[in-house]
Design a binder for this molecule. Structure first.
Ligand code: SF4
Ligand code: SF4
Length: 438
């Protein structure tokens, strides 16, 4: 090191976490380094290095607290960004480490600590402020993407033989062939005796591209005596924002949903997208340091139920008809690990006469969709998808059932690429078909 007047200049101290949203030291301290989580971690399975395991990432978060690594270091960013945030490690952990809360907090710190290019700031603003929270804009975007897919734009992009064009083509593969923004509105009355009344969360992606699945969900609930109300002022849940470290943007959306659903006189808030439901069940944590909102957010979170969880617990009052097919179920990470719901979806599928449900190996492992992961980490996302597709093909299933739009699009794209014609369908769409068959 160059001497200045005989005194060696000191190396700058590593940058500490920039604000109070840092990963909780109490949660970090729960980790006893046992390694039980390692075999369940998809990135550890693919990359095989400790720093891309839950234990390694928790250790990294601790080293930033200890001042040995900077919150702005490239290595910290790399390993935290490569995490899928699937939370499989939480399910496996005997010490109750709430890893999802840690990784999202770490991402928010990296976002503040590391300078972003003007282009990245612009892309984030477009995606997180202008596109995702605005249903009509997102529906228009979904419709155009679907049209581009049907016009085989992906083929043209691939013919360009450019890496960026190929990545765009892969993203286009994810778009559903048909999108629909026509979901239920107002009140969907219960059929027969009313057993319950729920407020339905429409979602940004669900509401703008899978409106027909929202309609199917409301129909199935109504057939089982559940009145469904759709609150007008609701907005995106903010899951994509908080997963990407955008906590303030996520909080702003959470507050709007708390206000919107407080007015709804309903037994529960029903969500049919696993990622949204997991995020909404954590509004209490997200807003815990805001005295004006903490209690309200906690009450809101306590009312949230995944649609499969709610109907499974309530029980079917009318049995669905028959679908004679071989099917398999893939657990969305944010339903299985984020909400610990796995029994109810399988029980609902078992109620469909003629449906042969075959187990899927590694149904509990991420398919690589994970919010924006297939955009930000395309190579890892692809490796996870290939693994999922290989497992699905082994089942020989004609129908692949899941309960989250991201998983649905990801698995469908992977199966088409592999030449499989298996249908990939949301559980409530399948139930709705079975009721129609009846
Ligand atoms: S959230 Fe998933 S990818 Fe991230 S460390 Fe945990 S198991 Fe691994
Ligand atoms: S299972 Fe839990 S306690 Fe054990 S290493 Fe993983 S996070 Fe730490």
């Amino acid at each position: 090191m160059k001497q200045l007047g005989g005194v060696a200049p000191q190396a700058p101290s590593p940058l500490p976490y920039p604000n109070a949203d840092a990963p909780s030291e109490d949660l970090i301290a729960r980790c006893v380094h046992c390694g039980f989580c390692l075999p369940t971690c998809p990135t550890y399975a693919v990359l095989g290095v400790e720093t891309d395991s839950p234990r390694g990432r928790i250790r990294l978060m601790k080293t930033v607290w200890e001042g040995r690594v900077g919150a702005d270091s490239a290595g910290f960013d790399k390993h935290i960004s490569q995490c899928v945030d699937c939370r499989a490690c939480e399910t496996a952990c005997p010490s109750g480490v709430e890893y999802g809360k840690l990784v999202e907090a770490a991402r928010s710190q990296i976002l503040m600590a590391r300078p972003r290019s003007a282009v990245e700031r612009f892309v984030r603003a477009v995606a997180f402020d202008w596109l995702i929270p605005h249903r009509r804009t997102l529906a228009g975007f979904a419709m155009l993407s679907s049209l581009a897919k049907r016009l085989h734009v992906a083929k043209l992009l691939r013919a360009m033989r450019l890496r960026s064009a190929s990545r765009l083509a892969e993203l286009l593969d994810l778009v559903p062939d048909q999108t629909s923004a026509e979901g239920p509105q107002g009140v969907v009355a219960a059929i027969g005796e009313r057993r319950a009344r729920v407020a339905m969360f429409s979602g940004c992606v669900m509401g703008s591209a899978f409106g027909s699945t929202n309609a199917a969900t409301a129909r199935v609930l109504a057939r089982n005596g559940v009145e469904v109300i759709v609150v007008g002022e609701q907005t995106c849940c903010g899951a994509l924002h908080t997963h990407a470290g955008e906590r303030e943007r996520g909080r702003a959306l959470a507050r709007r949903n708390v206000v919107a659903f407080e007015k709804a006189e309903a037994d529960a808030i029903i969500v049919n997208a696993a990622g949204c439901g997991a995020a909404m069940k954590e509004y209490g944590w997200l807003l815990k340091d805001d005295p004006a909102w903490a209690d309200r957010a906690m009450r809101f979170a306590g009312r949230v139920r995944d649609a499969t969880e709610y109907l499974g617990d309530l029980g079917l009052s009318v049995m669905p008809g028959a679908i004679h097919a071989r099917a398999t179920y893939d657990d969305p990470c944010h339903l299985l690990h984020g909400q610990r719901v796995s029994v109810q979806p399988r029980a609902l599928l078992a109620a469909i006469t003629g449906l042969e449900l075959v187990p899927l190996v590694e149904a509990d492992m991420c398919c690589g969709s994970a919010g924006t992961y297939n955009v930000t980490q395309p190579d890892l996302a692809r490796a996870l998808l290939d693994r999922k597709v290989a497992n699905v093909l082994r089942t020989d299933a004609e129908i692949v059932v899941t309960a989250n739009p991201g998983c649905l699009m990801q698995i469908q794209a992977g199966l088409r690429r592999a030449g499989s014609k298996a249908r990939v369908i949301h559980l409530f769409d399948l139930l709705d078909e079975a009721y129609r068959a009846a």
